[in-house]
Design a protein around this ligand. Structure first.
Ligand code: SF4
Length: 475
């Protein structure tokens, strides 16, 4: 999971890049970077750490230029601790700056292919081979002075050679002009959108909240399989190259994206609300009863509120989340693990004591956190703790850019579809457990989504060797 922004306008873009990037800091906290082009020099700075510690006023003050890109990294390929793996990446010949969000699935094949051309990668980040393929294709067309038609041909070759999920933003000279370039994989698995500002500037970003911050009006989502070239004060040049059935990631809507972001189907908050309402209908059909609905903060709040409205049960804030607790270390014993959870999430006793509680959360992956939450609530003497999850059981790993454990660690994968709710309720110590059904999820989101981590239907076929390679990279 990563996030990017790109800007082109009539004024310097460095500060705007930083502000836009801060609004999508949730997409990656391991590394940050920004790059600009002033028509003469390229400027690039990147490092491990959060946006505020990497892109300081000092470091960006010399980054001149009216076009640039920036990136936050949460690694799903490569290491977690190498400055070399931070994005953006650059090539000098031809001059390209590039960043992406996603996961390429055929990396070994791409890297071997590049090596036959005498081209070697330095990092473990898959943005680098993607950039090298793009650069090699442009170079094979002509060494310099690239035209828009050249970029179309090079991106068409990228679509042929690179498989997986990728939303890409880049800067290069096209027809002699600095140009902001964006394209998304043929299924549009990872998100990306673009917008315009009244002063003629254009922006692309992983999520629309970055556009909001800088006063850009969202004009649309980057279309799957389409290349877009942006210049200030002009309409973008669009070329449809390799569109396939759109399969945007449903997990972005459930968990990952900010609720105020707008994606293809609308506001993320609204999608979560609709999932909650559908879950409410499915939950009530089971004949359970509750006195109060409590969301596990923060992602599940809209779904919990919608369930409350659907079921006529009050929704209450039952937990106070500590926003400053940061990452907790792996605790050696049960007592310190309990303390670590209380530090992050403190329950308000009156909301639970003597009540039949319906706890709502976004997903269950390993099941350990939910088990600890239920255990903590038992200490508040509730009459019953029911758990409802506004997504189906996660049974399959993600190979398209969301960091998930291997199938062995996915707790739902241990049980059959028929047994999973009862068996897992017992495992986490709840009185009942209800997942949103896949049919319910699709009734909200439609059929044209990627839901492979739930139903195993991968949009881009992936071989056993590629799966092994990606699993190895994550370790
Ligand atoms: S497998 Fe799941 S997390 Fe990965 S892209 Fe598809 S829906 Fe998203």
């Amino acid at each position: 999971m990563c996030g990017f922004v790109g800007l082109i306008g009539s004024d310097s873009v460095a500060h705007g890049l930083v502000l836009g990037l801060q609004s999508i800091q949730h997409r990656g906290q391991d590394a940050a970077g920004a790059a600009t082009f002033d028509g003469r020099r390229w400027h690039l700075t990147k490092d491990l750490g959060m946006v505020s510690s990497v892109l300081t006023a000092d470091r960006i003050s010399s980054m001149t230029g009216n076009v640039g890109i920036a990136h936050v990294r949460y690694p799903t390929a490569g290491t977690t601790s190498s400055q070399q793996d931070a994005q953006p990446f650059q090539t000098r010949h031809p001059g390209i700056l590039l960043a992406h969000n996603g996961n390429l699935t055929n990396i070994p094949e791409i890297v071997a292919d590049l090596r036959t051309q005498g081209c070697h990668v330095l990092s473990g980040c898959d943005a680098e081979p993607l950039l090298l393929v793009f650069a090699e294709e442009l170079q094979s067309i002509r060494p310099a002075g690239h035209t828009g038609a050249d970029v179309v041909k090079a991106v068409a070759a990228v679509y042929r050679r690179v498989r997986g999920a990728y939303s890409v933003v880049a800067v290069l000279e096209v027809d002699g002009e600095p140009t902001l370039v964006a394209f998304r994989d043929p299924h549009g698995i990872r998100p990306g959108c673009f917008g315009r500002r009244a002063d003629g500037a254009w922006m692309v970003a992983s999520e629309s909240v970055a556009l909001d911050v800088l006063d850009f009006e969202k004009e649309g989502d980057l279309p799957p399989g389409e290349l877009m070239l942006f210049r200030a004060n002009r309409e973008p040049i669009r070329t449809l190259i390799a569109p396939k059935v759109p399969r945007p990631c449903v997990f972005e809507r459930i968990y990952f994206a900010r609720p105020d972001s707008r994606m293809e189907e609308g506001r993320v908050n609204r999608s979560r609300w609709r999932m909650g309402r559908t879950l409410g209908i499915e939950w009530t059909a089971k004949g359970f009863e509750a006195d109060v609905i409590v969301a596990v903060p923060d992602t599940s709040r809209p779904a919990a509120m919608a369930m409350g409205e659907e079921l006529g049960i009050p929704h209450r804030e039952g937990f106070i989340k500590n926003r400053y607790s940061g990452r907790t270390f792996i605790m050696p014993d049960q007592a310190s693990r309990k303390a670590a959870l209380r530090l992050k999430l403190n329950p308000i006793r009156e909301m639970f004591e003597g009540k039949r509680v319906l706890l709502v959360d976004d997903s269950i992956v390993r099941g350990t956190t939910m088990a600890r939450i239920v255990e903590m609530l038992r200490g508040m003497n509730p009459i019953a703790v029911h758990v409802a999850i506004f997504s189906p059981p996660v049974r399959n790993p993600c190979f398209y850019g969301i960091d998930m454990p291997s199938q062995k660690e996915l707790v739902a994968a241990e049980f059959s579809a028929e047994d999973v709710e009862v068996a897992l309720a017992e495992r986490i110590g709840a009185d009942s457990l209800t997942f949103l059904s896949i049919a319910g999820l699709k009734s909200v989101m439609g059929e044209q989504i990627c839901a492979a981590c739930f139903d195993g239907d991968y949009a881009v076929p992936i071989t056993e060797d590629e799966r092994k390679f990606i699993r190895g990279e994550r370790r």
